[in-house]
Design a protein around this ligand. Structure first.
Ligand SMILES: [Ca+2]
Ligand SMILES: [Ca+2]
Length: 486
């Protein structure tokens, strides 16, 4: 009986929340201004820095207060920024802490899409090594629009690359349905190999006729897509032609190979052919909205599923916007329950004076979300409407080891702010392999000192060379390098 009472009470609550206007939950606060066409804001997992990607080729670092810390990378002399081109994507490797590897997606001077790998410099975590660049993929782009842009690692540690149909109106060459073209597709690559990339053996078209790199097809311009950092579900915002904008969701259980329909369909509508366009093999969007309205809606700007700490009531809600009307919505979707709770949040999430053009969203290393005003050159943090000061955890204090270089042993000082904190301090070798766990447990607040005697977890002496030590306190990490000499 008890269970029935609880579930009917929940049903009544759910009915009330869908039938009456939602109470204001989210708000935005301006964090950064004066940017030149920002397109992304991302960060390595657990890192408190904000890496802002400008379309003109710069990646700039800001702290959680919006104070600039410097330029991480400048490829402005390598990129063509005409129309929808430029530096369009940035993704840090899942093992960035140990490998320092990151990836960008940009339009080269010939107008083609390039995916390049870089590493962070040896001695400055706020500076990429420009000489480390390796082009791992080039895709010929026939037009200056629909270049896609976003790149992101999935929960499987594979790099996903969204490519548009190559441009032109109505995909005139029918590229998104052409299995021999990479355009109009979602690609999935294993970039953990030493050089270039490998095709994952479980990509859906390995040993079949379509190109091996293809994960999913039938996309028009997946300019923004993202993985839910909690569930691993993939949300693709695919920009429509003239009538409908769409959101596709691929559950984490998917083995790939979906056909999202373009240009057979635009959203839920037949496109070419104008009738009988779906033989049943197409995967339809979970949500669409139409063009038109006042102000006019024209192009979807996908975002992220919220998994931060500032807005617990909105955990699991996917945020998205329209580039022309600057309307903002959230929705929830689950594999078992499908779509629910599409809520327009324009009023609560628009700053006084409005946006110029919301072209994308950002997500930091702690899961907090940002609205990116491309032509306004501004970044806004999504915050709680009731408390405008989100709890931003500071990066834990981790000192440089003393002595350094060292032999036979060295001391590592670090601090824990609050009692009962979950703490780990781990040593990795330069290849990213775990060598030694120095701390793993709960520590009292205060200053602590760990000593590493140059042995691994099995008690054996390790070879001389560069090592990395990483402190994590309640899920927020800091890391440094040290050198063991013979
Ligand atoms: Ca194949
Ligand atoms: Ca579609």
């Amino acid at each position: 009986m008890k269970n029935i009472i609880v579930s009917s009470a929940l049903a009544a609550l759910a009915f009330m929340s869908s039938a009456s206007p939602p109470i204001s939950e989210a708000a935005v606060e301006q964090l950064i201004s004066g940017l030149n066409q920002p397109v992304r804001l991302v960060a390595p997992e657990g890192d408190t820095r904000l890496f802002v990607v400008q379309r003109n080729g710069l990646i700039r670092i800001f702290d959680q207060q919006g104070i600039e810390q410097g330029t991480f990378l400048d490829i402005s002399d390598q990129t063509n920024v005409f129309s929808e081109r430029g530096l369009l994507g940035l993704a840090f490797a899942p093992d960035y802490d140990t490998t320092g590897r990151f990836y960008i997606n940009f339009t080269d001077l010939q107008g083609d899409t390039r995916i390049a790998r870089f590493t962070v410099s040896e001695d400055d975590p706020d500076l990429a090594d420009p000489g480390s660049q390796e082009i791992i993929l080039t895709v010929d782009q026939p037009a200056n629009n629909h270049n896609g842009g976003h790149i992101e690692f999935g929960p499987d540690n594979m790099l996903y690359i969204g490519l548009g149909d190559g441009g032109g109106t109505g995909d005139p060459q029918n590229r998104a349905q052409n299995d021999q073209e990479l355009l109009g597709k979602m690609l999935r690559l294993d970039v953990s190999v030493p050089v270039g990339y490998a095709v994952p053996g479980d990509n859906p078209f390995v040993d079949l006729a379509p190109q091996d790199e293809i994960w999913a097809k039938g996309l028009r311009n997946p300019w923004c897509f993202s993985f839910d950092r909690s569930t691993g579900d993939l949300y693709i915002a695919d920009v429509g032609q003239g009538l409908e904008e769409e959101i596709d969701v691929q559950p984490v259980s998917s083995a790939g190979g979906e056909n999202y329909g373009w240009r057979l369909m635009e959203g839920t509508l037949c496109f070419i052919p104008s009738s009988d366009c779906n033989d049943g093999s197409l995967t339809l969007p979970v949500h669409t909205y139409t063009h038109g309205g006042n102000p006019n809606r024209c192009s979807i700007s996908g975002g992220y599923v919220y998994r931060g700490a500032a807005l617990p009531s909105l955990s699991g809600h996917y945020f998205f916007a329209d580039y022309c009307s600057n309307q903002i919505w959230s929705l929830t979707w689950t594999e078992s329950g499908g779509l629910s709770a599409v809520v327009e949040r324009t009023d609560e999430m628009t700053p006084s004076g409005g946006y110029i053009s919301v072209a994308s969203f950002g997500q930091d290393g702690l899961g907090e979300l940002y609205v990116i005003d491309l032509d306004g050159g501004r970044v806004f943090r999504i915050v709680s409407a009731t408390s405008n000061v989100p709890e931003i955890p500071d990066q834990p204090f981790l000192a440089q080891n003393i002595p350094n270089p060292f032999n036979p042993q060295t001391e590592i000082a670090f601090a824990v702010k609050s009692a009962g904190s979950r703490v780990s301090l781990v040593v990795y070798d330069a290849a990213g392999h775990l060598v030694r766990t120095l701390v793993d447990g709960t520590l009292p607040a205060g200053d602590h000192l760990a000593i590493w005697n140059g042995t691994n977890n099995a008690g054996g002496r390790v070879v001389s060379g560069l090592y990395l030590y990483r402190l994590e306190v309640n899920g927020v990490a800091a890391s440094r390098k040290m050198l063991l000499l013979e």
